[in-house]
Structure formats: C-alpha cells, structure tokens
Design a protein. Structure first.
Length: 189
C-alpha cells in the first residue's frame, strides 16, 4: 500500500493527492500506485464522459481515479460491508456525487438489470479465480458498450481467459501483478 498503512492517494485529475481511507481487511489488495499511473496514462484519451463500472471495487481507487480524471459516473460493486462503508465515506468526504456503491458481490450484481458501461475495471480477489466467469457475464449480459474498454488485473504469470471479442490493447507487469487493457471489438454484422 502506498503512503501510510490504511491510506492510498489519488494520483491525477481534480482529486489529485486526495487520500482514501482504507480499512484493514483480509485479501484487500489496492492496485499499486505505479500500476494506476500507467493504466490512467493509457486511458487518458477515453475517460471524458465515460460510464465506469468498478467491479470488485475494494478501495474504489480505480473508479475514483477515473472520476477524478473526467468520467461521467462510476458504479462501485463491493460486497464486504466495511469496505463498502469506507468507499461511501470516501466519496462523501471528497464530495464525489457521480459515484454509487452497490453492496453486493460481482456475480449477484451481474445477475441484475444490465446497463452498458464504457470502461470496466475487472480486478477480483486473486484467490477466488473469477476472471473467466465475470468476463463472460460482462460480455453476454449487456454490461458493455459496443466499444468498451476492460482493464484486467491478475497475478503475475497468470493469463485469465477473456472473451474472443476482447482485443488486447496494452499490458504490463509490476511486482506480483499482471495488468492488461482490452478493447471490445464487436464483429461487423
């Protein structure tokens, strides 16, 4: 974790240098600052006005960073009650009104009424091995806009299965983390 334990920093945009309070919870693994910086450099041209889904949100750092940099709105999905409460508290303290928190697990959320998102952060707890299941539900369930971007974070050396319509755009590794950005490329009809 960056900064002192229990806090991470937003690195760019209108909320730059704002601190997020992070509860100590087993398995909570905030995306490292250097990975977020690389990712948001990649995403810079496509963030303005984007509708964002931070699936398996944890701290919500990815979605809040997107809002800070011009996304129109973000939905944060987080089932752990203390993490969801901390996320709501951080949004309120930072006066972010374009964020909503769904206190439900990702699979339950994706079983609900779909709405298309332009950008999805797919970073489930590594131990649960949910990448393939969640990616398939996103693709088949109406959750992705036609040319959506999907960020996938996984353990280094692991290449999660993603739908055939997701084209790799950029990828990298940092420490024990592999991260990749995909673009949904629908076939021409």
């Amino acid at each position: 974790m960056n900064g002192r334990p229990g806090r991470i920093r937003i690195i760019g945009g209108s909320l730059r240098n704002s601190r997020l309070e992070v509860p100590e919870l087993p398995g909570l693994r905030p995306t490292p600052e250097r990975v977020r910086e690389t990712l948001f450099n990649w995403l810079a041209p496509m963030l303005a006005g984007a509708r964002v889904l931070d699936l398996c949100a944890g701290t919500g750092a990815l979605g809040i960073e997107a809002l800070s940099r011009g996304a129109a709105g973000a939905c944060f999905v987080e089932p752990e009650a203390r993490a969801a409460r901390a996320l709501r508290d951080n949004l309120a303290r930072l006066k972010v009104t374009a964020g909503e928190v769904a206190a439900i697990d990702a699979q339950g959320f994706l079983s609900g009424t779909p709405r298309p998102f332009d950008l999805v952060f797919l970073d489930p707890p590594f131990a649960l091995d949910l990448w393939g299941t969640l990616a398939a539900r996103l693709e088949q369930g109406g959750w992705l806009a036609g040319q959506a971007w999907i960020y996938v974070e996984s353990p280094r050396g692991q290449l999660p299965a993603v739908p055939a319509d997701w084209s790799p755009h950029r990828e990298g590794q940092a420490g024990e983390v592999r991260f990749a950005l995909y673009r949904r490329a629908l076939p021409l009809s």
